[in-house]
Design a protein around this ligand. Sequence first.
Ligand SMILES: *Cc1c(COP(=O)(O)O)cnc(C)c1O
Length: 493
Amino acid sequence: MKYTSTRDSKLKVESSFAILNGISKEGGLFVPESIPALSKEDFENLKAMPYKERAAFILSKYLTDFSKEDMEYCTNGAYIGSFDDENPAPIAQLGSNINILELWHGPTCAFKDLALQILPFLLTTSSKMQKNDKKTVILVATSGDTGKAALEGFKDVPGTEIIVFYPCDGVSPMQKLQMNSQKGENVHVYAVKGNFDDAQSAVKKIFTDNAIKEALNKNGMQFSSANSINFGRLAPQIVYYISAYVDLLNKGDDLSGGFNVVVPTGNFGNILAAYYAKMMGAPIKKLICASNSNNVLTDFINTGVYNKNRDFYTTVSPSMDILISSNLERMLYHLCDDDKYIASLQNELLNQGKYEINDEMKRKLKDVFYADFCNEEETLKTIKETYEEYGYLCDTHTAVAVGVYNKYKAKTGDKTPVVIASTASPYKFSKSVLSALGAKIEDDEFAAVEELSALTNTTVPKPIAELYSAKVRFSEIYEKQDLYSAVKSALKI
Ligand SMILES: *Cc1c(COP(=O)(O)O)cnc(C)c1O
C-alpha cells in the first residue's frame, strides 16, 4: 500500500514516511492510494479476536511496510493496560437498536485516547523504518483535550520528548490540573499568556524557525506533530467501527440490512474513519454527521457550499467548536480522485474562506452522508431525556449525536439499527451535564463531579478521581514570544 497526497497524486510514499512527516510538503494530506477491502472470511476471523488483535489485523492492511512483530509491538503497547475495560471500545445498548459505542475508557476519558495511545508507537517505529536516528520532539498547542491525550500517549516512550503549550486563559481548571500534574520523564508542560490562537501561532512559528531547527539537529533531534491530520491518528480510529460491527454480530444482532453510524463531528477525523470502515466492507448505510451550533458541516453536506465566514459560537461541546474541518480534504479527495481540483478548493478556502463543490460531488456526498445539528438547548434537553428514558448518562458531545439521531429518525422514519459514537465521559463536563439534569450546579469542579456521581449513582472514572490528590509538577508561564527559551530549557539544549 502506497500513500499519495490530496494535492499531488504523483507522489507515492510508504506509510512510515506519511506517519513520520505528518503532512505532505506542498500542504496536502497523505491518503492511501486505495482503501483495502475485508473478505467475509476476514470478518469471521475478526469475531474471535480481542480488540488489540483486531487492531493489528486492520492496521496491517494500511501500514503494509510494518512487519508483523512491529505491528504487535504497537498494538500491545497501546491497548494492554491503558483502558479501564478489557475492550477499549465497549458498546452500551439503549432500547432495541440504538448502540452507544463508548470511546472514553482510556486514560483521559475521551475518544482521542484510542488513537493517541498508539500514535507514539507508530511514530517511533516509522522513524526507525525511515532510518531516522533522531529523537522525535512532539510539539503541541492545545485548547484542552488533545494536549492531555498526547501527554498520556507519549509519556516515557523511548526516543521521544513531548512539549505541550496551553493558553493560560483558555482551558478549564480541570484540564489545567490534568496537564500540570502529568507524570513521565519526557513530558514538559507550559502555560502561555493569552488565548488559544496566541499559543497556536507561537507554536507554528517554532515549527518553522530555522535557528531552533538547527539547534535541534545539532543535538540529534527533530520536531514532529501529533495532531489529527497525521494518518497515524486516523487509521487506529477505523478499528473501532469494524470492531463494533463484529461485536454486534457476536451478540447475535441482525445486521443483514446494515446499520447507520452517527458521529459528533469537529475536525471530520472520527467520521472519516467510519467512512473508511464502510469502504472496507462494514455494512454501514448512512453516515450521519452531527454538529453543534458551529454547523458549517451541516450546511456543507446539505448545500455543497463550505463557508467558514460565519459567527463562531462557544458551546457546551467545546471539542466541536471548529470552523475549518481539516480532514474533510481527505473525504473530498476520495470522492473525486482529482488532486488539482482539491488544491483549487483549498486555495479558495484559504483566500475567500469558502468554496462550492460541483454537482457530481454534491450528489456523491449526499449518497453517503446525512447531516444535521443541535443547538445548545437541544443538546442539554437530549442529556435529560436520554437519562430519563434509558437511565443512560451522556456527555455534551455525545448528546449532540443522540439529538441529531432522534431528529433523523423522526424525519425519515428509518428504523435501521444505529451505532452512535460516544466521544467523552460525562464526568469530563460535569457542570454542563448537571445543569442539563436540572440539578444544583457546584462552583468547584470536583464538587460538581461528586454531585453528578451522587445524583446519578454512577462511578467517577479513575483518571478523574485521581486528580483530586494530583501533585502539580508544572507551573511555568511564558510570554508568547519566549517559547523558544521554553523549548530550549525543556530539551536542555
Ligand atoms: C475531538 C473531539 C470531537 C471531534 O472529533 P473530530 O475527529 O475532530 O471530528 C468530538 N468529541 C470530543 C469529546 C472530542 O474530544
